[in-house]
Write a protein that binds this ligand. Structure first.
Ligand code: 13P
Ligand code: SF4
Length: 304
């Protein structure tokens, strides 16, 4: 059944001139039909090079919006219309405008997990894999970082010369992991290296053997001579790594790191978007694209 559907999807992709981008947190059967799979930064780079007329994003809404900003001439679709990232909508642009007035000499750095309207009032975007490098490359040492306080705290510890102000917010999925969870996981697997995403709390990060973005965690696990790993990010990564490296063992850090929004997209959603009976076409005005794109372009420039 899955194989049949995958074959129909691959055929439809060619007939309808679609390119499929999938975030690494997507299920295995979706990754298998995608033309490119990666973390948020890799998806942004890949989006600029798509040769096809139509792009289908399997992930959450802000990712499809970012693709549309980078390729406004293409038709961009989100496979599951209600897949959103709760963190992306935690702040309102008016609040950031107010904070900018209070802190006029600060550069506003937005995590890419934000709506286009929030990006429009920010100066630069970052992803978890590019954040430290980009913030370091910003000339101004005064940084207002939105919305993920855990990632912001991690960046400020890496760059003590920067004066980083945080605004309350964060990923509810990664933030749900407790210090006791990582202590328990390490006690259960004493030979395993704990690889943890910086969206987790500082209390969890202090027990990590490696801290990095999704792509950083995947690369570390693939290259390491170690045989056992505790994966401290969305649990799909432990599954993908287990298939990629059957000779190694991967354990999830906690059953709580399951993103319900990332899990919404099914192979049927992909099929229905391609045959024109499902999905959501991303509509953005030229004005919104022009305003929001500035900080995404800055991210790509400073992240190189
Ligand atoms: P990265 O893709 O940058 O690792 O971010 C993780 C995440 O939570 C995406 O929503
Ligand atoms: Fe948003 Fe967290 Fe889910 Fe990523 S894992 S989409 S940041 S809720």
């Amino acid at each position: 059944m899955i194989k049949d559907l995958q074959e129909q999807i691959i055929k439809l992709k060619q007939e309808k001139d679609f390119y499929i981008l999938a975030h690494s947190y997507q299920a295995k059967e979706i990754v298998e039909v995608a033309d490119f799979t990666g973390d948020s930064f890799q998806l942004s780079l890949a989006a600029q090079k798509v040769p096809n007329k139509n792009i289908l994003l399997c992930g959450v809404h802000f990712m499809a919006e970012t693709v549309k900003m980078l390729s406004p001439e293409k038709n961009v679709y989100l496979a599951n219309p209600i897949a959103g990232c709760p963190m992306a909508e935690q702040l309102e642009p008016e609040m950031i405008e107010y904070l900018k007035k209070q802190n006029p000499d600060y550069t506003v750095v937005a995590y890419i997990n934000t709506t286009a309207n929030l990006k429009s009032v920010s100066d630069v975007c970052v992803t978890s894999s590019s954040a430290v490098k980009i913030v370091n490359n910003i000339e101004n040492n005064n940084i207002l970082f939105i919305p993920d306080c855990n990632l912001g705290d991690y960046i400020s510890k890496q760059l003590p010369h920067k004066n980083i102000k945080l605004v309350q917010g964060g990923c509810p999925v990664h933030a749900a992991v407790t210090e006791q969870d990582i202590i328990n996981a390490k006690a259960a697997h004493p030979n395993a290296k704990a690889l943890v995403h910086p969206e987790c709390t500082p209390a969890v990060l202090k027990h990590a053997d490696y801290i990095g973005s999704t792509s950083g965690i995947v690369e570390y696990a693939m290259k390491s001579d170690c045989r056992e790993f505790i994966i401290g990010t969305e649990m799909s990564i432990a599954e993908h790594l287990q298939y990629a490296c059957p000779e190694k063992d991967f354990y999830i850090l906690s059953k709580k790191i399951l993103c319900p929004n990332m899990k919404l997209t099914t192979l049927v959603d992909v099929f229905k978007t391609l045959n024109g009976t499902g999905g959501l076409e991303i509509q953005m005005s030229d004005e919104t694209i022009a305003k929001a794109r500035v900080c995404v372009d800055e991210m790509i420039r400073l992240g190189k």
